[in-house]
Design a protein around this ligand. Structure first.
Ligand code: FE2
Length: 446
């Protein structure tokens, strides 16, 4: 049975099922584990996270006396209906906190963050080393040589270590690439995004590393596609499109003949251009026929493609990209796409989020020279439970405050006519430059 409790109520012997909020706030590599040491206990209690889900069937449950108190406090401590449960229908929702009225998030909690600038320098070195290795891999493949999988494993491990220290540093840096280095850096970027995503989903360390290796190798079949086609500014002819669409099968064949490629890498290489509605290639697989790696890979691959400068298209900001991808019905697994946005701590325009000021706001776009900052329009004070005059808050990725605490549920906060309220908030100021443009998936499948 899954039960949500506060971090300060966690005890040794409890089995952690999930941390609330963005992965960037989580103090652990793993999501699923039993609390066994005082060090783990301290890290959880000092994490600054608002809520934790424990599995009472696999470890110690919440204290009985708190449960008794909760039962006495009905209906104030009532169990919300399914539509109001941020955890969804699959979990029971007992808590030591009260839920009606909703608890405001704590203001300005101290948070431990390693130096963003320092990690950017380390991440840059890891990116450069990995890019060189990817160039070597493509050169060797053009000569018909096998892929050096062991070297890729080591580099994926270094990328994973950087992400563990501060994910935003490497993920932001690798997005900023020149047009002529896209082919190689795209592999590094997909590696980083896959590792970050896998960690957010709570995959075990071996699977997480294999996802990273798979990201590095996923496009190796492009060695068979002439650069003139890959970098063509205009639309591709039918013959050119056939050449591009062959790269998953070519890459899969190359990896299958190379020693030591993880199964996940073979799977991702072959399936990263499949779509959830069956209109992708090469197999036209749909729905449940697509593996987790294929679904994750499709999202990471397109996200990096559309947030990079390409010969035929300028880069979108992360916020624009996620906003657009959300509208491409049938392309991605929609639940996983939400989880991907959570893993980045970046949300589509119009998403309701909590911010560290103790306010609720709507994401309105991005800002800053590299479009790394997210602009959230705060409109509701969680302490007074009242609307406020809308004000734009800019969230820089390295800032302790203000920062986005996490996505939130309009129904949980009793924003009953959320669509109307959201439109009103979005219309209360001019949107940041670049928002509101109609954007489609042009070139996203190259
Ligand atoms: Fe590809």
């Amino acid at each position: 049975m899954l039960v949500r409790i506060r971090p300060e109520d966690v005890e040794i012997g409890m089995f952690i099922h999930a941390f609330e909020g963005s992965w960037f706030d989580h103090p652990f590599w793993r999501r699923y584990f039993r609390v066994e040491t005082h060090d783990q206990l301290e890290r959880i209690r000092n994490s600054g996270i608002d809520g934790i889900v424990i599995d009472a069937g696999r470890g110690l449950g919440p204290p009985e006396d708190r449960q008794a108190t909760e039962n006495k406090e009905e209906p104030r401590n009532r169990r919300p209906p399914a539509s109001e449960r941020p955890w969804g229908d699959a979990m029971s929702f007992r808590s030591t906190a009260t839920f009606a009225p909703p608890q405001p998030p704590a203001r300005d909690k101290p948070r431990r963050r390693r130096g963003y600038a320092g990690e950017c320098r380390r991440a840059k070195r890891a990116i450069d080393r990995t890019r060189e290795a990817v160039v070597d891999m493509f050169d060797a493949a053009r000569l018909g040589r096998a892929v050096e999988v062991r070297r890729m494993v080591k580099l994926a491990s270094a990328i994973g270590a950087s992400i563990e220290r501060d994910a935003k540093a490497l993920v932001n840096l690798v997005r900023l690439k020149e047009k002529d280095e896209y082919t190689y850096l795209h592999s590094v970027a997909v590696c980083a995004l896959m590792i970050n995503f896998a960690r957010h989903l709570g995959l075990d360390p071996q699977e997480t590393q294999d996802m990273g290796v798979a990201g590095l190798l996923h496009d190796v079949g492009k060695v068979a596609v002439p650069d003139a086609i890959l970098n063509k500014p205009g639309a591709l002819s039918k013959a050119e499109m056939r050449s591009v669409r062959a790269h998953p099968v070519v890459g899969h064949r190359l990896l299958a003949s190379s020693h030591g490629a993880p199964d996940l890498a073979l799977e991702l290489c072959l399936r990263h251009h499949e779509k959830i509605d069956g209109t992708g290639y090469p197999g036209g697989l749909k729905g449940d026929a697509l593996s987790l790696a294929a679904r994750m890979g499709a999202i990471c691959d397109v996200y990096d493609a559309v947030t990079s400068n390409r010969p035929y298209k300028e880069a979108w900001t992360p916020c624009e990209a996620l906003t657009a991808m959300q509208t491409w019905t049938g392309h991605f697994d929609p639940v996983l796409l939400d989880r991907f946005a959570d893993s980045l701590g970046i949300y589509p325009v119009g998403t309701l989020v909590r911010i560290s000021t103790g306010e609720m706001g709507v994401v309105v776009g991005s800002a800053g020279a590299a479009a790394e900052d997210i602009v959230v329009r705060a409109f509701f004070d969680c302490e007074t439970l009242a609307e406020i005059e809308p004000v734009d808050r800019v969230m820089a990725p390295s800032a302790e405050h203000p920062r986005i605490v996490g996505r939130d549920s309009p129904s949980f906060w009793r924003f009953h006519d959320w669509d109307v309220l959201r439109v009103r908030v979005l219309a209360s100021h001019d949107a940041p430059a670049g928002d509101g443009r109609p954007i489609g998936p042009r070139g996203a499948d190259r």
